[in-house]
Each structure stands twice: as C-alpha cells, then as structure tokens.
Design a protein around this ligand. Structure first.
Ligand code: ZN
Ligand code: ZN
Length: 334
C-alpha cells in the first residue's frame, strides 16, 4: 500500500457518513452549538464562535493526544479488522443453526408487508446495537480488568469530537466483536423468520436512526458545549450534557449515564443522571488513578493495570487475608 493510500485510509472516517466524524455531521455540530449558545444561552455570536473554537480546548495536551491516538488507532484498525469475525459470518452461522431447532418455523412471518419488515428491522438493529453498547460500557466500568482498558477514554481532560477515538485498541476490539455478534444475531433472526425482504431504511447508506442520531449533534457529547434536553427527554435520549456528566470526575457522577443514544437503559437499570444547569464539570480521572497523556502511558498503562488486577486476584485466591481484614471491598471504579 502506498503512503497516500495509507493517509486516505487513516482519514476515511471523515468522508464516511457511517462514522460520527463525517464532515457533514461535524459542520452540523458547529451549527447546532452556535444556535444553542446564541439562542438559548444568549451569547453574542462572536463569543459563541470563541467558545466553539476555543484554542485552549482544541489544542490542549489532552486534545493533542486525542489526535495522535486517532491516527495510531486507525492504523491498528486497518491491520486488525480483516482478522475479526464479521457480522456476516456470524449471521450465516446462526441462520443455519436456527434450521436445526425443530420447533422454529422458517419464514413464519414472510407474509408481512415489506415496508413493515424493513421498518421493524431498521428499528430493531438500532435498539439492539444501542443496548449492547450500554451493557458493554457498563461492564467496562464495573469489572476492574475492563476498567483498566476503558480508563484510556476517561483520561481525557478536555473533550473534542475526536475524543470518541481516544480508546485503547483492546476496547476497539471488544466493541467490534460486540457489533458483529449483535448485528449478526438480529440479521440471522430476521432472515430466518421474515425471509428475504429484510432490508434497512437508510439515508446516505446509513441506518436512518443512526443518521438522525448524528445530525442532531452526536459529536457534542464530546465537547464543552453542554446542551441539555428537557428532563423528560433525558429519560429517553442521552443529551450531550449527560455524556459530559459521565466524564466528570465528581464522585456523584461516577458510574452514571452509560448510554449512547437511548437513556432508557440507564433509567431502567438505575444509572441515569439528569444534567444540571451551570455546573462546571471537571473531566478526567481522579488523582489516584490519573495518568499522563503521554502516548506510551496511554498504550502500555492498561497492560500494567490489568497485570496488577490479576496479581491482586491471584493473591486473594492463593493467599487469603486473615479474617479480620474486613477492608476486602471491590475497588471503586467508574
Ligand atoms: Zn465510560
Ligand atoms: Zn465519552
């Protein structure tokens, strides 16, 4: 592969409407932020522009680390993704496995009008995808081994749309496998019960629901523009301000708002936190867990943290502490 091809590949997401940092979504993000600041926050246009393009945020050491991680992770992805099991492979295997279950009748709903099948599939795949993201995200905060990996994302001290890429490659791998399993399962189930009419309603080749999520400012989740929704809506959809709460180091915000598009999962499972007006949030990790934005730290620290978690467990299993050591509590993670 030539160097120009590499560079084009690294920045492919900017021209891909399936990705959050597609340039069209970024432009809309800027527009939404400006309208919000001027119309709702009563800022002057000049001040609003200054807030959206705040150099202190866009060029902070944390943001500069985000940009480097973005490029490095894209190169990782180029090499790793061909090795991963695709959703098509999982869908095919599951589809044939379903044939072996006697009481399931193939094509039982194939008489359903095509429009209904497509609408059902479009909605189901989005909901299942969103719910599995919620679950994995929640586990990444709960389980110390996974927290060691997810900490990379939370080490960001300033938020820009590129912060969404500030993840350890192992997290990318886990989310990739989750996506393949979730989408493959929905595809196989629909094909089996509804037949070949299964299709997606799309805009620019993107699931229409994902498209709506992105054009309504998904990029603002990782920004300092804290757009809030009405409280009733924040029970249904995660607002940008609610994801910013998720990044806050304040103790009361830990383990809250794991959702991506829907807040209903957080509401159902007790992790919902509504945004609050005029709270000055500080982003990052608490001092006890903080590490630098140096690339070596970002890529290698999760391995040493995971090794420490394993050592601690090993120590607990084979060298139990005396009974009086009642401080044996699960470490607080977020
Ligand atoms: Zn998180
Ligand atoms: Zn985030």
């Amino acid at each position: 592969m030539e160097i120009f091809e590499y560079i084009a590949n690294v920045f492919a997401d900017v021209s891909n409407p399936k990705k959050r940092i597609f340039f069209g979504y970024l432009l809309l993000t800027i527009l939404i932020a400006l309208v919000w600041l001027v119309a709702v926050r009563r800022s002057s246009f000049k001040r609003a522009l200054g807030q959206v393009f705040d150099r202190k945020i866009l060029f902070s050491p944390s943001a500069r680390a985000d940009y480097k991680i973005f490029v490095i992770n894209r190169v990782f992805t180029m090499f790793i993704s061909p090795l991963l099991l695709s959703q098509l492979a999982i869908a095919t295997a599951l589809y044939y496995a379903l044939h072996d279950i006697d009481f399931l009748q193939r094509g039982v709903f194939s008489d359903t009008p095509k429009g209904v099948i497509v609408a059902l599939f479009t909605v189901t795949i989005f909901i299942v995808d969103d719910f599995t993201k919620y679950l994995l995200h929640r586990w990444m905060h709960r389980w110390p081994l996974l927290w060691a990996i997810h900490k990379t994302h939370h080490s960001a001290e300033t938020l820009t749309p590129i912060t969404v890429y500030r993840t350890h490659p192992l997290e990318g791998l886990l989310y990739g496998m989750r996506g393949a399993v979730a989408q493959g399962t929905v595809m196989a189930t629909f094909l089996f019960f509804f037949g070949n009419a299964v299709d997606l309603y799309t805009v620019l080749g993107v699931n229409v629901m994902s498209f709506v999520f992105h054009v309504t400012g998904s990029n603002l989740r990782h920004s300092h523009i804290s757009i809030r929704y009405w409280p009733w809506l924040e029970h249904i959809l995660i607002s940008p301000a609610q994801h910013q709460v998720h990044h806050s180091i304040a103790r009361q915000h830990h383990d809250k708002n794991f959702g991506v598009a829907f807040a209903v999962w957080d509401w159902l499972f007790g992790s919902l936190y509504l945004s609050e007006r005029d709270t000055d949030l500080k982003f990052g990790l608490p001092p006890s867990e903080a590490h630098s934005s140096r690339l070596l730290d970002i890529y290698l620290r999760p391995f040493s943290d995971m090794a420490r978690v394993v050592r601690r467990r090993y120590h607990r299993i084979f060298r139990p502490k005396p009974v009086q050591a009642s401080s044996d509590k699960t470490p607080v993670t977020r």
